[in-house]
Structures are given as structure tokens and as C-alpha cells.
Design a binder for this molecule. Structure first.
Ligand code: ADP
Length: 518
């Protein structure tokens, strides 16, 4: 069905951690006409730092907007609006003239790690989490700001505002310091229910309300950008800009995971499970995040560190010869490794892998957790190990899905995306481990599509999201095999118990590793 609209094209801009990605979408059918991406570097002068240059990102965003429109051969006058998606949790200190006093400190920056304990043990962090929906983790701006207060006191005092990367882009374009509810809800400083800054969280980090931007709806529209930037973006200065939301919540919209029990699972390097709810929901144990999509919808879920990176570790460390053999045969090494794993029966003949190599976020939130092969015997070969690593990633997803189900209800369907979805075998394994139907959407540009859908509502072109449901087409559906599911149910239960019984030993081995880091 084709929608009737005032102008046919939306440009969606996604400010990611590695690149600015833009799309031109024909909103009459939700068709992506062109995409473009411009990468920018991540600066890691120390292992616990992960920063970017805000001006480099700003320039990349404008350039990516200009180039994608040119690629699509669409006139500037036909652009209905530009709508934004962005990575969460970034912090930039700025002065009154909007000059950055710091680089953009990304979610991956770990400097605030010592404040996890301070918040949990001294400041009733769990109740702050229940108000803000952001798990207590160094990714959270709340912990980053605590670090700044104690380690950069002059800068902390001097800062006019602390803002995120999307606020920086809008401040440069329109001279306004505004933060959308979605990005705000991932700062650890924003009260989910009052849609305003949270006094207790502000007190915990010593930031004054005036040092933060004004919270606005994700459907807020800015117009009248500065002429020089309109020229750089190749747009009319009057083009409306919809402030939009964060990449995670928009991806749910983009893959149509919007009904109760329809959960979006993304596994790229890391992974995430997310579902949409009509009211903010937090977890009594602090395991899940809850972020705003707009005033009416919230996204609850959990992120894992150890997603596709585990298979990359297998390819680069454990099964290098096999990966090489794959290359020799002219195959993608991942395809060859997964083919070997396919030759082993479900459950890898009783070999269980706990893929916790980089510590873990949801649902354990344990930075000291480490990888474990459990059940190894002389019988097991490399192919069993490969399979058990792939199964282990699914056990991780299973544990987040279980926590999410406790909060928001049973799974009806999974919408799967990310690099792992290139493997039909891994997708089937997900259906079997979770015991749920898995659908794979056609588009990989889910955050950008979600940003365009939100903009359609913001611009008054549609009355609700059901009008754009047709934008997402299911490309492939996998159904669980009952016998395999039974096998996996037995093994997930052992997996959980192994994890819980090793808690103290994880702390001890992590301490040992730190002492013997060189
Ligand atoms: P990013 O998180 O950088 O966006 P991707 O979404 O491209 O990453 O996912 C990369 C991961 O996807 C790899 O680490 C690997 O685990 C998985 N992957 C990529 N290609 C395949 C494949 N052909 N078969 C199985 N897994 C794959």
C-alpha cells in the first residue's frame, strides 16, 4: 500500500560509534533508495578510554546527509525532513560558546568503573536505577560524571553543560541545547516516569540541572538551521529536523518488534534483546534497561558483551587452521566453521561453553566473569568446541530473554538481526534454544527505518505506527525443533548452575589476571 504524503523522501541519519550512516527512504512504501556511511576513529589512549572528536562526527553527519541525497538523485525540495538515531551514553563537556572542553566520551569508555560499587553500596544505586532505567555500569553518563567530579574537578566546575553527541549536532545546527527523552533516559540521570532530570541521580554526581539540556519529545522538530550548515548538508535551510531517539529503541520500531511478546534480538559483535512496553518497566534486581521511544512507548531489554565476537575469537585464536582451510576453499571462514559445527549434534555431546571472555553485562552485570569450557572429554574435537561456543552465545541470549519474560511476559516471536543472521544454522540454533519462532526482517538498516517511522508520526503524516508496519517484510522464518529444544533446556539449566557456582572463582581469577597483566 502506498501512503499519500506531502513530500516523498525522509533522510534518516544514524550517529553510530564507528560511523555516521544515512539513508534516503521513499516514505510512500518505506523503500530505502540509497545509503551512505562515513567512518570516524575511536581514540583509545588508555585501555579504559574510548573517545571521539565531536567536530569530526558533526562534519561526517552533514557530509553523509549531502552524499546520500546526491546518491539517491532526490532534490532538496523533495525532502520531507531529516530524522535522527544515535548511539547512547556519550558525554561531552562544553563551554557557553558550545566549544567542546572534552572529546566525546563514548559508551565504551570504562573510567567510571569504580563508581559501580560506590553507587550500589553507598548511594542506594538500585533505587536510582528504578527511577532512571539505566543499569549501573561505567557506560552510563551518571558514572562518567562521578569520575569527572573526582578526577577533573576544575573542568567539572568550569563546564557550562554536559551533553551527548546528538545534542552537540543539534546545538551546532540550531543553537538550541535540547535532549530527546530517549537519549536522556540512557544517561542514568533522567526520571522515566516524570520525564525530567532525577534529583537523586543529580545529587549522586553533583551535576546541577542547569548544566544539562532541556528534555524534549523524540518527535520534537527544529527548523531554520544555519545557512553554512544547510549548504554543507546540501539541504534547504528550512528543512525540518526531527530530533529522534536512540539507535536501540528505533531498531525495535524498524524490525516491527512492537507487540507484547515480540522481542528483537541483535547479535553483531555484542548483542541485545529488547521488547516494547506501554509503561516504563524496571527490574527489581536491576538486570534490564528501560529506555524511552516517545511519551507512549518504552523499550525494555538487556545487552550482552559476548555476542558474535565469540565466533571471531574462535576464528582468530582457537580454530585458525580450520579458518585457513575455509579461506583455501574460497569460503568465508565463518561459513566453514559453522559448517564444521553443523556436523556435531545439538548439545555438542555434552560440551558447554560459558562465553564470558570480556566479563558480562545483562543479566549478570559481572565484569569479572571469564570463559569456561565445561564437560570437556577426550572424545571432543575442535568441531565440538566451535559448536559449543555458538551454543554458548545462545545460552547468553536465553538468559536475557528469561529476565525479559519475567518483566514483560512470554515470548511469541523473535525478530533477529545482526551479523549472526548471515548463518541459517545459527538462526535455527536460536529458535531451538529459545523454543520460539524466529523471523528475520529483510532490512539491515533497522535504526534508520525506525527513525523515519518516528518522523512520519512527528510530521503528522501518519496517526500511528500501524500505518508503516508494512515497511518491514519477513525474509525468513525458523521454527523450533521440539527434540532439540528439550536437549538445550537440559543444558541451559546446567549452564546457569555452573555460572552461579563459579562466582567467587571468577573474582579470584580476574584478580590474578590483573596482577599478572604483563
Ligand atoms: P558489528 O557489531 O561490528 O556491526 P556485525 O553485525 O557485522 O558486527 O557482526 C559481526 C559478527 O557476525 C561476527 O563476529 C560473527 O560472529 C558474525 N558473522 C558474520 N558473518 C557470519 C557468517 N557468515 N556466519 C556466522 N556468523 C557470522
Amino acid at each position: 500500500m502506498s501512503l499519500s504524503v506531502s513530500k516523498p523522501y525522509i533522510i534518516a541519519a544514524d550517529i553510530g560509534t564507528t560511523s555516521a550512516k544515512t539513508l534516503v527512504i521513499d516514505v510512500r512504501e518505506g523503500r530505502v533508495l540509497a545509503s551512505h556511511s562515513i567512518e570516524y576513529p575511536l581514540h583509545t589512549p588508555r585501555p579504559d578510554m574510548a573517545e571521539q572528536d565531536p567536530d569530526e562526527i558533526f562534519r561526517a553527519v552533514l557530509e553523509a546527509i549531502r552524499l546520500v541525497r546526491e546518491k539517491a538523485a532526490v532534490g532538496a525540495e523533495q525532502v520531507l525532513c531529516v530524522s535522527f538515531s544515535s548511539a547512547m551514553h556519550s558525554v561531552i563537556a562544553i563551554d557557553k560558546e558550545l566549544n567542546p572542553l572534552t572529546r566525546c566520551i563514548t559508551w565504551a569508555d570504562n573510567r567510571g568503573v569504580q563508581y559501580v560499587r560506590v553507587l550500589k553500596e553507598e548511594l542506594d544505586g538500585l533505587s536510582i536505577y528504578r527511577n532512571t532505567g539505566t543499569p549501573i555500569h561505567p557506560m552510563s553518563p551518571l558514572l562518567k560524571l562521578m569520575w569527572f567530579r573526582d578526577h577533573r574537578p576544575e573542568l567539572f566546575e568550569q563546564a557550562y553543560k554536559f551533553i551527548g553527541i546528538k545534542e552537540y549536532v543539534f546545538a551546532k545546527l540550531f543553537g538550541q541545547l535540547i535532549i530527546d527523552y530517549s537519549i536522556a533516559s540512557a544517561t542514568g540521570l533522567f526520571n522515566l516516569r516524570r520525564l525530567d532530570w532525577d534529583d537523586k541521580a543529580l545529587e549522586a554526581c553533583g551535576v546541577r540541572r542547569e548544566q544539562l539540556s532541556e528534555p524534549v519529545s523524540t518527535m520534537h522538530i527544529c527548523q531554520g538551521m544555519k545557512a553554512e550548515y544547510a549548504a554543507a548538508a546540501g539541504l534547504d535551510a528550512g528543512t525540518p529536523f526531527v530530533v529522534g531517539a536512540s539507535d536501540g529503541v528505533l531498531a525495535n520500531l524498524g524490525v516491527g518488534a512492537f507487540e507484547p511478546g515480540i522481542y528483537a534480538v541483535t547479535i553483531g559483535t555484542s548483542g541485545a534483546v529488547r521488547g516494547v512496553v506501554r509503561e516504563p518497566v524496571t527490574d527489581p534486581q536491576g538486570r534490564l534497561f528501560c529506555y524511552a521511544l516517545n511519551e507512549h512507548f518504552w523499550v525494555v531489554g538487556g545487552a550482552i558483551n559476548n555476542g558474535g565476537i565469540m565466533l571471531r575469537w574462535v576464528r582468530d585464536q582457537l580454530a585458525t587452521q580450520e579458518a585457513e582451510e575455509g579461506r583455501r576453499r574460497g569460503m568465508d571462514p565463518y561459513d566453514y566453521l559453522t559448517q564444521l559445527a553443523e556436523g556435531v549434534s545439538p548439545g555438542a555431546n555434552g560440551l558447554i561453553f560459558l562465553p564470558l571472555l570480556t566479563g558480562e553485562r545483562a543479566p549478570y552485570w559481572n565484569a569479572n566473569a571469564r570463559g569456561v569450557f565445561f564437560g570437556l572429554s577426550l572424545f571432543h574435537e575442535k568441531k565440538h568446541m566451535i559448536r559449543s561456543v555458538m551454543e554458548g552465545v545462545m545460552y547468553r541470549i536465553h538468559s536475557v530473554v528469561t529476565a525479559l519474560e519475567e518483566a514483560t511476559g512470554p515470548t511469541k516471536e523473535i525478530r533477529a538481526s545482526g551479523g549472526f543472521a548471515r548463518s541459517g544454522f545459527w538462526l535455527q540454533m536460536m529458535a531451538d534454544v529459545l523454543g520460539a519462532k524466529v523471523a528475520v526482517p529483510n532490512s539491515i538498516e533497522s535504526s534508520g527505518l525506525g527513525a523515519a517511522q518516528l518522523a512520519m508520526l512527528a510530521m503528522g503524516e501518519i496517526n500511528d505506527f500501524s500505518s508503516v508496519h508494512g515497511w518491514m517484510q519477513v525474509q525468513q522464518t525458523l521454527r523450533p525443533n521440539a527434540a532439540n529444544h528439550e536437549t538445550y533446556a537440559r543444558l541451559t539449566s546446567i549452564y546457569q548452575r555452573v555460572y552461579h557456582q563459579l562466582k567467587d572463582e571468577f573474582d579470584q581469577i580476574a584478580a590474578f589476571q590483573q596482577e599478572h597483566a604483563n
